[in-house]
Design a binder for this molecule. Structure first.
Ligand code: HEM
Length: 454
């Protein structure tokens, strides 16, 4: 079997699996995946080896080729761990996010069954498998196939699936405790205040559940959401969703900082996967800030932010840099140095004015000006066509992970109040979801700690 090109070491070590970075690397799919493939059955094993329907000679050739040079498409991340994947995982290139509403007649048992079914499917999907052993072609010609088939043969492409729970799962808008979960609602699970330039469309906001699918191939991410949605039929349906491309942040020091649709380097001062202390302080829920069932989890904040691209494009370069607080080419702070030099907010020009404007985005968002609060950003660009005037309906699907939504609100309030940048942004969709801890072992399922909490 071809070795996968897994990069799960940072996840596994930070997830508290009791392994160092190096030993976590040894757990790469070579070990973990063989175990899982046994669990999933030969159909998936064959698929992951890249040999479905091929001749023995062809399969042998493929094995030799992949042994010599692992294909990027074989990249896999562990589904199992103390934290879910897709948070500190090196940001992939593509995203499909979907929020779901549970049907009115869905009860607690249905919810548990759905989370179990999603978990089983997720184990398979992140390995590049089909959604079931019968898959797209093995169920006979008289039945609709279990798997929709569009990702057949693509490889796992670094797929991660991150599941979250909306506040309405614990208590809906009319105060109903539909699933007997209200008593487990974390004290910190707040909603976000309305901000300047919020044009929130309620129909494309919030939701009972969410799934963030990230991969390096858009078809793999879309396939995952599509098939998980099919599994939910009768119990839950998509409330809103968003496709994203071109990551707009970095989560490892090795990743080059990408540029967002304003052409800015985005993700420079983000929390990185190896900043264990910062992750513990700002991202992971622990016993000091959440209930026992949520420890190891985090909150996913989603904001669909439209960027007024055409207006921005007409700004002089100097003004674009003043609004950001960073040099557009280098990404360095206007106070000098290189991209990763910390900004010096006390530096002034000849006339005594601060060189980094106090209303710039970097000034308003920086931890020094927000009581030390940081967040892990993991957003994606989107372009959803154009409006009647031909302007792009484009922006950033901003995603941040924090261990308390109020910490995000604090920074956002500081931006919304006086950030020059806000003039070029319009938020149309929003959601806060508690991402429970990861799955441990084949008997576990997403959300089990919540649904079995006393
Ligand atoms: C479309 C919307 C946005 C765009 C295009 C954008 C762009 C940027 C850019 C270019 C940087 C500087 C480079 C970096 O350190 O990553 C930055 C930094 C940052 N942004 Fe945003 N941003 C957006 C929205 C937001 C929102 C809604 C928040 C949170 C409320 C936020 C929080 C931050 C933080 C915390 C930093 C790091 C500041 C620092 O420590 O220096 N951003 N953003």
């Amino acid at each position: 079997m071809a070795e996968s090109n897994s990069r799960n070491s940072a996840d596994a070590s930070a997830a508290g699996t009791g392994t160092s970075r190096d030993s976590a690397a040894e757990q790469r799919s070579g070990v973990r995946r063989r175990g899982m493939l046994g669990l999933l059955g030969g159909g998936v094993a064959g698929l992951v080896a890249g040999g479905v329907g091929g001749s023995v000679a062809g399969a042998e050739r493929e094995k030799r080729r992949t042994a010599a040079a692992p294909r990027a498409s074989d990249l896999t991340y562990d589904f199992e761990g103390g934290h879910q994947a897709g948070i500190i995982t090196e940001v992939q290139d593509q995203m499909h996010f979907a929020a779901f509403d549970l049907a009115d007649d869905t009860d607690r048992d249905d919810l548990i069954e759905l989370l179990q079914d999603w978990t089983t499917a997720a184990w398979r999907l992140v390995l590049g498998g089909e959604v079931s052993a019968r898959g797209a072609f093995g169920g006979g010609t008289l039945f609709p196939p279990d798997d929709t088939g569009e990702a057949f043969g693509t490889g796992p492409e670094g797929l991660t699936l991150t599941f979250g729970f909306g506040r309405s799962l614990f208590e809906d808008a009319s105060g109903r405790d539909r699933f007997g979960l209200r008593r487990h609602l974390p004290e910190h699970f707040s909603t976000l205040p309305v901000m300047a330039n919020d044009f929130i469309v309620p129909e494309t906001s919030e939701g009972d559940l969410c799934i963030q699918a990230c991969a390096n191939d858009p078809q793999v991410a879309v396939h995952a959401i599509r098939n998980l949605t099919r599994i939910a039929v009768g119990k839950a349906s998509i409330r809103w969703s968003q496709l994203g491309f071109g990551r707009s942040s970095t989560t490892t020091a090795e990743q080059e900082t990408p540029r967002n649709l304003f052409g800015q380097k985005d993700g420079t001062n983000n929390i990185k996967a190896d900043e264990t202390a910062a992750l513990a302080e700002h991202v992971w829920i622990d016993a000091s800030n959440g209930p026992a069932w949520a420890v190891g989890g985090t909150y996913l904040i989603a904001r669909r932010i439209t960027m007024t691209i055409e207006v921005w494009d007409s700004l002089q370069l100097g003004e674009q840099e003043r609004v950001t607080g960073r040099d557009k080419h280098e990404g360095s702070p206007l106070s000098g140095g290189t991209e990763f030099t910390p900004p010096d907010f006390s530096k002034t020009d000849d006339r005594g004015n601060p060189v980094i404007d106090e209303r710039s985005h970097v000034f308003r968002a920086h931890p020094d000006n927000n009581g030390g609060v940081r967040m892990l950003r993991r957003g994606f660009n989107f372009v959803d066509g154009n409006d009647a005037q031909g302007r792009l309906e484009a922006g950033q699907f901003f995603i941040a992970f924090v261990n308390d939504p109020a910490r995000f609100s604090r920074v956002h309030r500081n931006l919304a109040r006086d950030d020059l940048f806000v003039e070029y942004l319009k938020t149309t969709g929003t959601g806060v979801y508690l991402v429970p801890p990861g799955v441990r072992g084949a008997d576990d399922h997403i959300g089990r700690s919540l649904l079995t909490a006393g």
